[in-house]
Write a protein that binds this ligand. Structure first.
Ligand code: CO
Ligand code: ZN
Length: 367
């Protein structure tokens, strides 16, 4: 079986989720796709007031609650200003590197629920002065051209200040088991928990599937979802920065694409990060070893995930973060390995099966 047919199903799900519109706070399209995917296998599905999708597979009576989280929002923009000629200026939602934006095609979601395409224009090299060639153009100087010739023409389409915008990019397969596209952060994580949720048969645990809203603007959805679920244990799934590329410093290596899911030991540094509960970390490593799932350990200095906020819910939740190593995060050409993605799903499922009442009382509560 060739690599591409082996991962056909997982790629088509990733493609569907990746190409959906869903910047932070405007997750309607991605949310409805996810609900369609989980509803046939869940005992219950609901959407809370911040827009999180929460699905449950019930375990036996009195069993533990295990929360699986991945965020469904993607970074994007809001329309900030429309000038008299119909050019549109953007304000970022989440962390962009301005360098990658010129030359991109964007999608604007109108008040009428339609998509309008545009391009982030650039000055042709012919007209660049030598000093301009050296500079990154800041986002507030960039503008979107939708082909309009007046402000009124733009407004008549239902585009106004605050209209949400994302990048227009199709996901495709690369060589071997690799794929590229936008918003793999964190639609790849959603695919991992979806696959695990479809295949797990919960006996010992209640499994709570959370596709969280608004991670990219401060871990917001996960905070309220964890509060309402009040889980005993949580596993957050996100992508992590693989810098296994030319020019990467091996000392700063966080993860490598194709070497298996990354288990975070610590991230974010100090107050804002997560220190994975050591007993949970041990359980995940043992599970990976026993089932011959390759894995990587990571200690990251910057950046964190929903896991950090979930761990601080109520009286505290033992939490771990599993990540899919991904290159070029927060760009429209993120690259990951579908095999790593499949192994992440497997590791979540098998670890959850090992989170028994007996393990919890002994290892977490210390009885
Ligand atoms: Co991100
Ligand atoms: Zn993320």
């Amino acid at each position: 079986m060739s690599a591409s047919s082996e991962f056909k199903e997982i790629f088509s799900l990733l493609k569907k989720l990746s190409e959906a519109f869903g910047i932070s706070g405007y997750e309607d399209e991605i949310r409805s796709i996810i609900i369609d995917e989980v509803k046939s296998v869940a005992d219950e599905v609901k959407v809370d007031r911040l827009g999180n999708v929460i699905a449950v597979k019930k375990g036996s009576k009195g069993s533990l609650k295990v929360l699986w989280d991945a965020h469904m929002d993607e970074i994007g923009f809001f329309v900030k200003h429309i000038d008299d000629k119909g050019f549109i200026y953007l304000s970022p939602v989440g962390g962009w590197w301005d360098l990658i934006l010129p030359g991109q095609r964007v999608r604007i979601l109108t008040d009428k629920g339609n998509i309008v395409y545009g391009v982030i224009g650039t000055k042709p090299p012919h007209l660049l002065r030598p000093e301009e060639r050296e500079k990154i153009i800041p986002i507030d100087k960039l503008f979107v051209d939708i082909g309009a010739s007046s402000k009124k023409e733009v407004e008549d389409l239902g585009i106004r200040v605050g209209s949400p915008v994302d990048l227009d990019r199709q996901a495709i397969e690369l060589l071997g088991d690799k794929a590229t596209g936008k918003a793999f952060d964190d639609r790849a994580g959603v695919v991992a928990i979806l696959q695990a949720f479809k295949s797990i048969d919960p006996v010992e645990t209640n499994v709570y599937f959370v596709a969280a809203a608004q991670e990219e603007v401060g871990l917001k959805g996960a905070r309220v979802a964890a509060y309402s679920i009040s889980p005993d244990v949580a596993l957050a799934v996100d992508v992590t920065t693989a810098n296994d590329v030319p020019g990467g410093d091996p000392k700063e290596k966080v993860a490598e694409v194709g070497k298996g899911p990354t288990i975070t030991v610590a991230d974010g540094r100090s107050a804002s990060g997560l220190i994975t509960h050591p007993k949970l970390l041990k359980l995940i490593i043992e599970t990976a070893k026993k089932n011959s799932i390759p894995y990587q350990l990571s200690v990251m200095s910057g950046g964190t995930t929903d896991g950090a906020i979930i761990a601080l819910t109520k009286e505290g939740v033992p939490t771990a973060t599993l990540s899919i190593p991904t290159r070029y995060i927060h760009s429209p050409v993120e690259v990951l390995s579908l095999k790593d993605l499949a192994n992440t799903a497997k590791l979540i499922e098998l670890t959850t099966k090992n989170i028994t009442r007996e393990w919890y009382e002994k290892e977490i509560l210390g009885h």
